[in-house]
Design a protein around this ligand. Structure first.
Ligand SMILES: *Cc1c(COP(=O)(O)O)cnc(C)c1O
Length: 400
């Protein structure tokens, strides 16, 4: 049985003549959403069988923009194909932007989002970079809340599992003219996901890549644009062939990121304190929300909170500065390089085992359960916040 709930009074207004001559394009408005519930619900796969990104939930949210009418009434409806013109800007000129966020099952069973305002802001900035139309980010977030609430039965309740949320905006101008897309479709799809490494905690091995560059000064590496990812697949295949999990992206000697994750190292200083170092946001680094959260938590230890498993006597310093591959090799040689790890929404925190560089491996110290003390403390604290077990600075937002 199809149930259609209509939460808008657009038709009434239209009959009253209110919209007969739209004075200006409409803003994105979550209160105009129509919700069409799927006729049949798909079976939810057991948590143990989830493969990232393979099974989508029952519903999606779709809304369209055109320069005359502005944003249409959003639709939440059964998941299914989009129909777009073959000349569409997104297919020809890569006007595609995406976000990656997650909904977690809280201890009370309610879905929770992690710092979702940061994803909304970043999406707005990315869309502007490829001249896609602006949208009210608070309204988009309301629509995400509604969609997640509708598909809440898909959120796995097992620790470390969650519902991945993929907001996407694509340019749909149907002309081959090489110009900004004045039309767009914004949509949100969801898929349940398990921990990044199903085989249990295992360190990631990275291959330092010299001959392909992911991001460069003045480029687009600092934005979540689809066009940044396609050129990484071939180097990634090459790395896999040589037995590495991900590429460590360099710009000359400078380390930028690992795969589609931000990169950190933990280095012992002469005074015994630990520097937790990541490259600065100079335009070549994606401003990760996990990266920002990691830096905030490092700065809070031990003055405002003690991170799990770390002694308050362990003094940590969050450092945003350039990192070179030869510096890393030197620190490893001197025995100062205690940990390297990668962070991102999908993996949360993953330890690095070795880094292939110039035909040799920089080998990181092995840690029980793979994660070193700092990486483990961050993993535990961030997932505790995400899953609602630890309250911190309103980072975890219950779904309305
Ligand atoms: C998404 C992404 C990250 C991680 O960002 P989060 O907001 O922490 O998920 C890091 N690097 C790249 C290149 C990314 O695309």
């Amino acid at each position: 049985m199809a149930i259609t709930q209509t939460f808008n009074d657009v038709n009434d207004d239209a009959r009253n003549g209110a919209y007969s001559t739209p004075a200006q394009p409409a803003e994105l408005d979550a209160s105009k959403v129509t919700i069409t519930v799927a006729r049949e619900f798909k079976p939810v796969p057991p948590a143990s069988e989830l493969v990232f990104g393979q099974v989508m939930t029952d519903h999606m949210m779709v809304v369209h923009y055109d320069p005359v009418n502005g944003w249409s009434a959003p639709e939440i409806k059964p998941y299914g194909p989009l129909s777009i013109d073959p000349a569409s800007s997104c297919l020809q000129y890569a006007t595609n932007v995406f976000e990656g966020m997650k909904a977690y099952a809280g201890p009370d069973g309610r879905p929770r989002l992690f710092r979702p305002d940061m994803n909304m802001k970043r999406m707005q900035i990315s869309a502007a970079r490829v001249a896609l139309p602006p949208f009210d980010t608070a309204e988009l977030l309301k629509l995400i809340h509604k969609l997640v609430a509708l598909d809440a039965r898909w959120i796995p309740t097992v620790k470390g599992h969650s519902l991945y949320i993929r907001p996407t905006i694509i340019g749909t101008r149907d002309s081959l003219g090489v110009a900004a897309s004045d039309r767009a479709t914004l949509y949100v799809i969801l898929c349940p996901t398990g921990p990044f490494f199903r085989t249990g905690a295992r360190p990631v091995n990275l291959l330092a890549v010299h001959d392909h560059v992911r991001a460069w000064p003045g480029g687009t590496g600092g934005y979540k644009l689809a066009l940044n990812y396609a050129p990484t697949f071939k180097p990634q295949q090459h790395a896999a062939k040589l037995g590495y999990d991900q590429c460590l992206w360099l710009l000359g000697e400078k380390i930028t990121e690992a795969g589609a994750m931000n990169f950190f190292v933990v280095v012992r200083r002469d005074d015994g304190d630990l520097d937790v170092i990541t490259p600065p946001l100079d335009g070549t680094i994606l401003p990760g929300i996990t990266r920002a959260s990691t830096l905030d938590l490092i700065r809070a230890h031990p003055s405002r909170t003690t991170l799990p498993g770390l002694s308050p006597e362990t003094l940590l310093h969050a450092v945003e500065r350039e990192l070179t591959i030869s510096q890393l090799a030197a620190w490893a040689e001197e025995g100062r390089l205690l940990e390297a790890f990668t962070v991102g929404t999908a993996v949360v925190v993953a330890a690095v085992g070795r880094i292939g560089h110039d035909g040799k491996d920089i080998v990181l110290p092995a840690h029980e359960g793979a994660l070193g003390a700092v990486a483990r403390a961050l993993y535990e604290r961030i997932t505790d916040i995400q899953e609602g077990r630890f309250e911190w600075e309103n980072w975890s937002v219950p779904c309305a």
